[in-house]
Write a protein that binds this ligand. Sequence first.
Ligand code: GLP
Length: 242
Amino acid sequence: MEVVIVPDSAAGGELIAEAMAGLLRQKPDALLGVATGSTPLPVYEALAAKVRAGEADTSRARVCQLDEYVGLPAGHPESYRSVVLREVVEPLGLSEDAFLGPDGTAEDVAAACLAYDRALTEAGGVDLQLLGIGTDGHIGFNEPCSSLASRTRIKTLTEQTRVDNARFFDGDIGQVPHHVITQGIGTILEARHVVLLATGEAKADAVALAVEGPLSALVPASALQLHPHATVVVDEAAASSL
Ligand code: GLP
């Protein structure tokens, strides 16, 4: 695992956007796994700036979702499908055909999970998976105690994660779904390159446990220690407990 400490989130965004641009130069139709939340926004902004400047070509790039809420109506602005369309697909000028995601509106959620896990494999696998980290050490929506070998499946959110994510739902925890679909930890570990970005002091303890702590299902992000090509990009605040 490589740990890169950058001065701030903009520098982290630039570094990862450059890695994505470099990958796309080698493999124009690379499949980029994208994360939601506030942390990765500087990555998408920096990559879109590179596209505008002619320094990155996303015309054949493909993107896929990491996770999704279950039960939000189709088109809900906070469904992760809507978020990825708004924050990644549209600014990068991708077509919706280049976008893979699980169906959080499916009646048979278990079948939707299986179908998404298969779709990722059939698409040739994820070339670069971008991750954030929850304050409790979760990746995707793999909450503490998730099996390190888990596949895409339905999970129940912890109270802490629902509190953390209420800011996207007018601060009203009652609107935050209880259930989600997430790529499993085993699924995430199949990506050829996994890049975790963490910024801000609130992530410092989770980062230290993930990077320096024992491999443990209690800290899902510690599973990246098993990956042959994992890069952890942290700003100085998120690195403060290392
Ligand atoms: C959610 C997402 C994660 C993300 C986490 C942290 O739980 N499912 O993929 O990493 O939030 O979000 P933020 O970057 O906003 O702190």
